[in-house]
Every structure is written in structure tokens, then in C-alpha cells.
Design a protein around this ligand. Structure first.
Ligand code: ADP
Ligand code: GLC
Length: 499
């Protein structure tokens, strides 16, 4: 089974969030199941700089298509490449004028979306669709699997080819985050080279705009998202962000497949970024990680303080605006905070102010740093993820493996992966963290208080840590679900009705 995996982030080369971890973990697990996987990605500098070209594939078609005009793009070519330490080959989509911009793949240095994002990511979709049409005659995918709005046009172009009578691969689209929709003014449509009829309510038109996300939801053969609970939540007005109507229409082809963890990268026993490794049977050694974290984040050496860690994009999604509201109580109860994050300036400012006000108790690093992320996940006692919504969430899964108990809101993948420390769950030996419902100061505070109470009972705390550390969210299991999906699609395509 040949799978073209279309995305814009890949750990360890280019990462702004969990999407990158998923690309590396899922692709490898699919390969281990026998799939022939290849990536299609834009030639962002951190990828292009690391890649070795094995074969030049050629220029993307321009000019005309079977239905009319091709996308208006600069010359874009595709090269088959390999990346160091990565067994999945990569079709690099190359156009210096679109992609030769270092840093964040979506935003300029001013923190704003690049003006030409519609064109930059249309080129990715157009490349994927053309690979689906035999651009590389040596390798034609059975399935094109796109991720998030950046890949959203691939299913649309594929549908246009199918409508024009061409044989096309099946398409799968995974929503990692419905909040980022790839919206552009209606005027962008003319440049995309799609049939006129696609700019309609039953196409990719979204309240007068062009939506790359809607294109994918409309035209992909199957839609998945990254947890079963989020798959249900996005069918509601509250979480569907204007796309719930379409998602309800397509509910028959929508499913939730929980993300996994790459335990080669995230395991306390083998973590190269920790000076003293530990595991469930050497839990006392976690105190070395805690000590190292205190030093790194300038926290006072108070061995009995409960250390709360945050590793997060600072965006409204993550619910972290609640943290400053409970700060005083948290410190009075004997807590310390180590926060690593970057994002919205108001949140960055609020946390820097907190660090200045409570030196030695609140340590804040604004920025993106892999080493510090591991230091927090390993060294904290509790990892805080109070999200407003969370499609899956990976940091709570990393926390579980490190015996760093997640304190989370009951939404999306957080609800699917953390078992609250209720008396019943503690008694049954299944509790792994602290879960609260209400997105409010009091909701968060209640869960914090319960964490402090359990922390007073070291044996119970250690038992919960061991339960958490024994859990496994292997990519193997998730990849098997994707493979089942690909196989069912292929069976559908070959059935007599579809001919
Ligand atoms: P999202 O994708 O919504 O940001 P996830 O929990 O799925 O949330 O994934 C976040 C990923 O990004 C994790 O691997 C986490 O360790 C990493 N991460 C987030 N913020 C930072 C940061 N400031 N520095 C380093 N890694 C970070
Ligand atoms: C998104 C979501 C996050 C998810 C990640 C990987 O960025 O916000 O919840 O874990 O994608 O699927």
C-alpha cells in the first residue's frame, strides 16, 4: 500500500507543535506495518538544508488542466529526497520564491501570516495531486493522506481530476486543529486553478471566503481527527467553529484515531536530554530531574514544593489565561511553576510579569526549546494542560510516561487519555492525573487543590505515578487504525458500484 503523507511539519526538522511529532511517529509506524510511505512537503529551509536529492521528478504542470486553467504559481518543481535519520523518502516541493524563508513555516517575522499563504499551500496541494496523477511514474500512491489546512487543497484537486474522468488515488484528511482553517479572500480563488463550481456552498466557499480546511472536509473520501472525543465535539456548534454542519453531513466518513507517542524520543529511561535517567522502578531518581529543572528555571531549592510544569504554545486554545488567576493560591499552597512557551504577546507578558513578581517561585522561559521541554516534562511533578479545546494533546501523554501527573480539562484527547484521581479511581488503581470540567478560575483551582491533597500522601502519589508510567500510547496501535481505514477505502474504490 503506497501512502503519500502530505504535511508541513516534521520532527526534528521543522516543528511548531504536535503536528510535527505526529508526522515522524505515524509515518514510521505505518512503515513498520509494511506501508510504502512517502512525504510531500514544501522546501522550507530547515528541510531543504538537511535533505539530499536522490532524483529530480520534474516541474508541476502549469497552463491548462482537463477542466481549464491550472493554479497560478511560479515555477514549482518536485525532487525526491532523503533526510538524515529518517527512513521515509520526501517529495520536496521546491519554489524558492514561495518557501525560502527561514523560521515559522506560516508566519513572517512580524508574527503575521505570510500574504501569499494561499499560493504557498496551494502549491503543496497541487504537487500532491500531481504525484497522485503519476508525476513520478515510478511511484503512484494508493492513498493521499493530508494533514491540516496546509494540505487541504490536495483532495479538491484530486476530486477535480476524478470529475474529469481520471483514475485517482483515495484521499484521507486528518484534522489536527479545526481552529486553523486556512481562510483567504474570495479573490484568491481565481489563482487556485479549480473548477468554477468549487467556489460554492457545497464546495470550499465559506461565508464568501476561500477555506482550505473546508475544501478538505468537502472533498476527502475519509476524514479523521486525532481523538475520539474531539471527533464528537466538532459536530457541535460550540466546537465545530462554523464547520459543524458540514461535519455532521459527513459524519459517516469521520472518525477519531488517537495519536501515539514516539517512546524513542519521550522515555525517561533513555532520554538523552536528561543527565540522570529514571523509570518507574527508580522513581526516587526523578528528584534529580526536578533539581535540574529548578536550576534551569531559577526556582528556589524547596524540596517539598510541588512543581507544576507547562510546555505549550501560548494561545487561547490552551486555557493558560486561567493560570495567572490562580497563581497566588498555588504559591500559598506550596507550589512552584516552570513554564516554557511562546505565542500571544499578552500571555507572554503576563507570565514574564509573574516571574518578576515571584522570583524563585515562578520560572518562565519564553521561546521554543526542545531541551527545556524535556527538562520540564521530566522534572515537574504535574504537567498543566487546562485547554479550552484540545484535539489530542501530546504533552499530557509525555507527562504520563515520565510520572509527571497531568492536570487537564475534560475536553478532546485530554478526556480520552487522563483518568481523574477520584477516590473510586484511586481505589481501583486506574487514576493517572487530575481532570476538571469548568473552564474557569474555580474549575482549575479545585483540581490544583486536589493535586496538593494527594501530594500529602506520598505513597498514593507514587502509586498513581506508576500507573501513569505503565500506560502506553504506542503509534503502532494508531497506525493499525489508519491502515484499516486505507484498506477499507481501497476496497470501496474497487467495488463494482464505484466503477
Ligand atoms: P499543539 O500541537 O496544539 O501545540 P500538542 O500537545 O499536541 O499541542 O503538541 C505540542 C508539542 O510541541 C509537544 O511536542 C511539546 O513538547 C512541543 N512544544 C510546545 N511548546 C514548546 C516550546 N515552547 N518549546 C519546545 N517544545 C514545545
Ligand atoms: C494540534 C492539536 C493538538 C494535537 C496535535 C497533533 O496541534 O492542537 O491537540 O495533539 O495537533 O495531532
Amino acid at each position: 500500500m503506497k501512502i503519500l503523507y502530505v504535511c508541513s511539519e516534521l520532527f526534528p526538522f521543522l516543528k511548531t507543535g504536535g503536528l510535527a511529532d505526529v508526522s515522524s511517529g505515524l509515518s514510521r509506524a505505518l512503515q513498520a506495518l509494511g506501508c510504502d510511505v512517502r512525504f510531500a512537503m514544501p522546501a522550507f529551509p530547515s528541510l531543504a538544508g538537511a535533505a539530499t536529492v536522490t532524483r529530480s521528478i520534474g516541474l508541476l504542470p502549469s497552463g491548462s488542466t482537463p477542466w481549464g486553467q491550472a493554479p497560478v504559481l511560479p515555477a514549482v518543481d518536485v525532487a525526491l529526497t532523503t533526510l538524515p535519520g529518517c527512513d521515509v523518502p520526501l517529495y520536496m516541493v521546491r519554489a524558492a520564491s514561495l518557501y525560502a524563508r527561514p523560521g515559522n513555516p506560516y508566519l513572517g517575522p512580524d508574527g503575521k501570516d505570510w500574504d501569499d499563504n494561499a499560493q504557498r499551500f496551494a502549491a503543496l496541494g497541487w504537487a500532491a495531486a500531481n504525484i497522485g496523477q503519476g508525476l513520478d511514474p515510478d511511484w503512484i500512491p494508493d492513498v493521499i493522506h493530508g494533514h491540516d489546512w496546509h494540505a487541504g487543497l490536495a483532495p479538491a484537486y484530486m476530486r477535480a481530476f476524478a470529475d474529469a474522468g481520471r483514475i485517482t488515488p483515495a484521499t484521507v484528511f486528518t484534522i489536527h486543529n479545526l481552529a486553523y482553517q486556512g481562510l483567504f479572500p474570495a479573490s484568491a480563488f481565481a489563482q487556485l486553478g479549480l473548477p468554477e463550481s468549487f467556489f460554492s456552498m457545497n464546495g470550499l466557499e465559506y461565508y464568501g471566503q476561500v477555506s482550505f480546511m473546508k475544501a478538505a472536509l468537502q472533498y476527502a473520501d475519509r476524514i479523521t481527527t486525532v481523538s475520539p472525543t474531539y471527533a464528537r465535539e466538532i459536530l457541535t456548534g460550540e466546537q465545530g467553529l462554523g464547520l459543524d454542519g458540514l461535519l455532521r453531513e459527513r459524519a459517516g466518513v469521520l472518525s477519531g484515531i488517537l495519536n501515539g507517542v514516539d517512546y524513542q524520543v519521550w522515555s525517561p529511561a533513555s532520554d538523552a536530554l536528561l543527565s540522570v535517567p529514571y523509570d518507574a522502578d527508580q522513581l526516587t531518581q526523578k528528584s534529580c530531574a526536578r533539581q535540574a529543572l529548578r536550576e534551569r528555571f531559577g526556582l528556589a531549592p524547596q524540596p517539598h514544593a510541588l512543581v507544576f510544569g507547562v510546555v505549550s504554545r501560548l494561545s487561547a486554545q490552551k486555557g493558560l489565561h486561567l493560570l495567572p488567576l490562580v497563581l497566588e493560591e498555588l504559591l500559598q499552597l506550596g507550589g512552584q511553576i516552570a513554564l516554557l512557551g511562546q505565542g500571544e504577546p499578552e500571555l507572554e507578558r503576563a507570565f514574564l510579569e509573574a516571574a518578576a513578581r515571584y522570583p524563585g517561585q515562578v520560572g518562565v522561559h519564553i521561546g521554543y526549546d526542545e531541551g527545556s521541554a524535556h527538562a520540564v516534562v521530566a522534572g515537574a511533578d504535574v504537567i498543566l494542560v487546562p485547554s479550552a479545546f484540545e484535539p489530542c494533546g501530546l504533552t499530557q501523554l509525555y507527562g504520563l510516561r515520565y510520572g509527571t501527573l497531568p492536570l487537564v480539562r475534560r475536553v478532546g484527547g485530554l478526556a480520552d487519555t487522563v483518568v481523574d484521581c477520584t477516590p473510586e479511581n484511586l481505589h481501583a488503581g486506574i487514576a493517572t492525573g487530575f481532570v476538571f470540567d469548568e473552564l474557569s478560575r474555580d474549575g482549575l483551582l479545585g483540581a490544583l487543590q486536589r493535586a496538593f491533597t494527594l501530594f500529602q500522601r506520598p505513597r498514593s502519589w507514587a502509586a498513581v505515578q506508576r500507573t501513569a508510567m505503565a500506560l502506553r500510547f504506542d503509534w503502532h496501535a494508531s497506525a493499525q487504525h489508519y491502515l484499516d481505514l486505507y484498506q477499507s477505502l481501497r476496497a470501496d474504490k474497487n467495488s463494482p458500484e464505484s466503477v
